[in-house]
Design a protein around this ligand. Structure first.
Ligand code: XMP
Length: 506
């Protein structure tokens, strides 16, 4: 069992970011709802209290009794966490003026305090709160201040408890990582959470859990399912059967290429060509949700049929990752659209679930994949939706439209790699619009299709900004698509961010 830090989640948008920062410092942590502290767990080394969208003065804000936690572990309250510690010890928290948003600097630092070790005076911090602590309880000692906030950071005398009103987890707090690192030192964490240690303990755990049982897994070509497969393969070898379904809505040549990659990785994989079945079921359907349902159900049916050809399968492997797990525990109810490609499978097939990545963030999955020796192009692949090009062809789907989109998308993605832009982008792809427009080619009037290009930057797909791709690059892509893809005479670039738009168009 790895030692761990507990992050009590009071609902802040940056809670997951705290988790990622701690993991980057090679320390395992778990995010749990603010009132679900795992008392009695011997592996807990320390506790972080997150921020919150609420004010501690709100009647419905999240409150919990911290007495026993404070006695037993080092505690670091961040923003609301710091305010809640002060408030619940008899201090006063009041609405602040607008100066407490954004950049500030630590004008005073107590350099002897272990939490602030190696953080220089003047260091930039990021403030983001509507409230501020105006009266500190008796035993609270200020250890850092900013221009506008006297109690920028404090320590409770006689306890290993600290509070910071700024956000050490965000990029704009220059020495935030140092501060978190100092806290881990205070907690006595040994920093042994690495991709190699994860692989070793996970493979050992899987061997014990699965013994000689047989497992089936749906591969999508994406990083999560691929890393899941390689881990399971390492643990149980030929007892793992992977199924990779071609629904005819993959990128150009993707089925063949990815299948080769999987074989190269030594996976026991069955490729199923189900194109015609999907094209048949989708013919004439234009409504986005109906298309999604048809594709989702078709996928489950094909997978189920394949699974029935195999004998004695007991487990279903899935590439669930930590953000999905936390989201399902979400306390604030602000669950943002979730997507499941094989969501209906466990119930339908009556199999037990094995999810070796359920504790990892996406960046950790990539690190584990690299450590497992997987090819960089598999690891760095952009996310691609389960329904594939089916939700990037607006309106009804035909094999001819799939061909046009595949060609256009392939030009776009190949150029993106060639120009060295691929790895800077979270996700990119082409969309075929149900719009035809007039053009001129040579002396001829044309009346052809429109392709939209989408590229976004993001860290988790929950929010995203449109990528500011170079004009020269866009010019080249547009030119090549219009010249080489028969049936397209116009290319446009999508400049919408999420929210309010979404990444996919359907
Ligand atoms: P949206 O369009 O909601 O997409 O901004 C967010 C992320 O989710 C991907 N996406 C899906 N992934 N099955 C998936 O596995 C789906 O049905 C699905 N729909 C959207 C999308 O590509 C983006 O990365």
């Amino acid at each position: 069992m790895h030692e761990k830090l507990i992050i009590l989640d009071f609902g802040s948008q940056t809670t997951q970011l705290i988790g990622r920062r701690v993991r980057e410092l090679n320390t395992y942590c778990e995010i749990v709802p603010y009132n679900k502290f795992p008392f009695g767990d011997p592996t807990v080394k320390g506790v972080i209290l997150s921020g919150s969208p609420y004010s501690v003065n709100d009647a419905n804000s999240f409150k919990t009794d911290l007495t026993n936690i404070r006695k037993q572990y080092p505690v670091l309250g961040i923003c609301y966490g710091a305010q809640f510690l002060a408030y619940s010890s008899g201090g006063k928290v009041e609405n602040a003026d607008s100066r407490e948003y954004g950049r500030a600097h630590l004008t005073y630092i107590n350099g002897d305090d272990p939490l602030l070790k190696d953080i220089p005076a003047g260091s930039q911090v990021w403030m983001s709160h509507g409230d501020t602590i105006t009266v500190l309880p008796e035993s609270f000692r200020i250890i850092a201040s900013t221009e506008d906030v006297e109690a920028g950071a404090y320590r409770i005398e006689g306890e290993d408890t600290w509070g910071v009103q700024f956000h050490p987890e965000v990029y704009h707090t220059k020495d935030g990582t140092q501060l978190l690192d100092n806290f881990l030192t205070i907690c006595g964490c040994s920093r042994d959470w690495t991709p190699a240690s994860f692989i070793e303990s996970t493979v050992a755990g899987l061997k014990e859990q699965l013994k000689d049982d047989k497992v089936i897994l749906a591969l999508s070509g994406g990083v999560d399912s691929s890393v899941t497969a390689v881990l399971l393969n390492k643990a149980i070898g030929k007892n793992l059967t992977c199924i990779f379904v071609d629904h005819g809505l993959l990128r150009k040549n993707e089925f063949e290429n990815v299948l080769k990659d999987y074989e190269h990785l030594g996976l026991n994989v069955i490729g199923v060509n189900a194109k015609d079945r999907f094209y048949g079921e989708l013919a004439g359907v234009t409504d986005p949700e109906t298309k999604r349902k048809i594709i989702g159900k078709g996928f489950i049916d094909v997978f189920d049929e394949e699974a029935h050809k195999l004998k004695d399968i007991k487990w279903l492997g899935q590439g669930t990752i930590y953000p999905d797990v936390i989201e399902s525990l979400s306390i604030t109810g602000t669950v943002i659209k979730s997507h499941h490609n094989v969501g209906g499978l466990p119930e339908k097939m009556n199999l037990k679930l094995v999810e070796p990545l359920r504790l990892l963030f996406k960046d950790e999955v990539r690190r584990v994949g690299t450590e497992l020796g997987m090819m960089p192009h598999l690891i760095k692949r952009h996310p691609f939706p389960g329904p594939g090009l089916g939700i990037r062809i607006l309106g009804d789907i035909t094999p001819e439209k799939v061909r046009i989109l595949q060609e256009a998308d392939d030009i776009y993605m190949s150029l993106m790699r060639e120009w060295g832009l691929y790895d800077q982008i979270w996700q990119a792809g082409a969309i075929l619009l149900p719009i035809r427009s007039v053009g001129v080619m040579g002396d001829e009037r044309t009346y052809e299709n429109t392709i939209a290009l989408r590229a976004v930057t993001s860290t988790d797909a929950m929010t995203a900004d449109w990528a500011h791709l170079p004009y020269d690059f866009l010019a080249k892509v547009s030119n090549d698509i219009i010249n080489k893809v028969k049936g397209v005479n116009r290319v446009v670039y999508d400049i919408s961010s999420k929210p309010p738009a979404t990444i996919e168009w359907e």
